[in-house]
Design a protein. Structure first.
Length: 144
């Protein structure tokens, strides 16, 4: 009987640290990221914090780089592997020639039951007719 207990204890001492290490390894920390998009007369910069199924801590700065009396704005679009899952609200700036406006979107949080794959950043000019917009390349989620 003592032999069975000793063998059980030895196995436990090997298996328990292994299981604990795997569990700790599965807990992924959040990762900060930033990016931007630029077009004629506008630049938009964003920063955010990634997790597998959410982005939080979003902030934006929109720059008016032209002296044309047009408002500028930026927004983000999130994608999962199936396509678009969300569009962020427009962060508009009407401060004028060579100025910028910063926005902290502390209450804004995007989450999805599926993994968010990428973020794309849009920078737009509110000009005559349809707005002129430029978008960034894809900023990939490091947890996907």
């Amino acid at each position: 009987m003592k032999r069975k207990i000793d063998r059980f204890l030895r196995r436990s001492l090997v298996v328990l640290p292994l299981v604990a290490g795997i569990s700790v390894g599965l807990t992924l920390p959040a990762e900060a990221a930033s990016g931007g998009s630029t077009g004629t007369g506008v630049r938009a910069s964003y920063s955010w914090t990634w997790s597998r199924t959410a982005i939080t801590g979003i902030s934006a700065t929109v720059y008016d780089t032209a002296c044309d009396n047009n408002d500028v704005y930026g927004y983000i679009r999130l994608y999962d592997v199936a396509g678009v899952i969300a569009n962020g609200s427009q962060q508009r700036w009407s401060g004028g020639c060579n100025t910028s406006g910063g926005f902290t979107l502390s209450g804004l949080r995007f989450s999805n039951s599926r993994t968010i794959a990428v973020i794309r950043i849009f920078a737009c000019v509110d000009d005559a007719g349809g707005d002129s917009c430029w978008y960034s390349g894809d900023y990939a989620n490091p947890y996907r």
